[in-house]
Design a protein around this ligand. Sequence first.
Ligand SMILES: Cc1cc2nc3c(=O)[nH]c(=O)nc-3n(C[C@H](O)[C@H](O)[C@H](O)COP(=O)(O)OP(=O)(O)OC[C@H]3O[C@@H](n4cnc5c(N)ncnc54)[C@H](O)[C@@H]3O)c2cc1C
Length: 455
Amino acid sequence: MAAHSPFHYIFNTPARFNTVKAQQIKIRPEIRRAKPTIISATLRAAVVGGGPAGSSAAEALAAGGIETFLFERSPEAAKPCGGAIPLCMLDEFSIPSNLIDRKVTQMKIVSPSNLTVDFGKTLKPNEFISMLRREVLDSFLRSRAVGCGATLVKALVTNIDMPASEKAPYLIHYISNNNRNTLAVDVIIGADGANSKVAKAIKAGDYTCAIAFQERIRLPGDQMRYYENLAEMYVGNDVSPDFYAWVFPKCDHVAVGTGTVCSKQNIKQLQAAIRKRVKPKIEGGKTIKVEAHPIPEHPRPIRVRGRVALVGDAAGYVTKCSGEGIYFAAKSGKICGEAIVRASENGKKMISEQDLRRGYLRKWDDEYFSTFKFLDVLQWVFYRNDAGREALVEMCGDEYVQRMTFESYLYKKLAKGNALKDVKMAANTIGSLVRCSIVGRQIDVYRNRVCVGEY
Ligand SMILES: Cc1cc2nc3c(=O)[nH]c(=O)nc-3n(C[C@H](O)[C@H](O)[C@H](O)COP(=O)(O)OP(=O)(O)OC[C@H]3O[C@@H](n4cnc5c(N)ncnc54)[C@H](O)[C@@H]3O)c2cc1C
């Protein structure tokens, strides 16, 4: 994978898009005059952010004949992440199996009262959840984009100037090797994560973020073997008032973490609580890394403006309930890149906001709007209090519920249900909620008594 120096762009870019020093921009009239002759030249795109969203977008663009610049501020860094991806992503994005650290075939979900359900009973012999290190996955996807013709620019994008007219270029200002530079482009894909600069530049509006906190812990041999192909999820007000805590196996360590929206100031206490719940299993382990990062809770109010589109976390594509975002990042990047290729007829003509709305937003919303909404509702019903969480874990013991959940997660298609079993599942859900509201109240009473020292 080659990162180029700023000189590369000065000598390798068409005259109409000359790359110039940022401070010169205001005094160089040719930039303001730059009106792309769109029919004869190749469309130029900047993708800001080289995570799964950005790399997939850049790959689609470059493979489709668009001149593509992929900006990544730190290609060697590892994004704080659990690294779990669904089975369908391996095929759809041709991810080689040697990138996978662990194939999870067992999953335990543990309730506030410590009811433990084996959630992986219905997995078929060839089914598993892949666990990868993000530094490995991201670097692979970026290399592939470069292989398709994208230019990787190791640089921090600092700000973006909007075009002076409908067909004038956008100006991307960036710092590379301590030098300030500017690149003029026709189209921008903002794949720069939850703190997106591109979103700010187009005034895309804010979204609520959860904070996720994670410790990577290297365990002694036997304990590591216990987690070899096992992932654990813990629910309870103690570990997260609105999400879940996890132990995920990685190559030579486990990731132990938690997340919350409503109690960010207490994140360290919540982390201490998950450590307490898994204490016997992680005792003697060595913490090798502590990390935290925001996770968007909702799509942004605006995801496309002019010839700029947001994808992945920058757009807000992380599902509630599971906190899953890698697949949706890669998929949104790909859909958006392909939409630009189609609308520009392989880079031969300029595109419009309408093209991005039709080719990207509409396709995305048609495919995933209902999945995101459904998981929103599930989170609202089951993660609000310990009664709901007890009901959730109880229901997870049902094989039909497990099969439907895994089908939807692993293959990203709404699983085909059985009408009779669906009715039974609905009845069981209500039964569990009623029963567990009693258990939940008892847990609260117990906790209050512990607090006042009765036990
Ligand atoms: C602790 C934690 C655990 C998670 N676990 C899972 C999980 O197990 N499975 C799952 O599916 N999802 C998980 N997620 C969510 C997942 O990490 C994200 O949804 C996913 O990374 C989104 O990909 P992205 O490409 O949109 O953004 P990111 O992966 O955030 O990539 C953005 C990239 O842009 C770069 N960048 C940012 N600003 C600039 C700039 N100004 N200039 C240049 N480059 C810039 C960054 O360096 C980064 O490489 C987890 C999240 C967290 C925080």
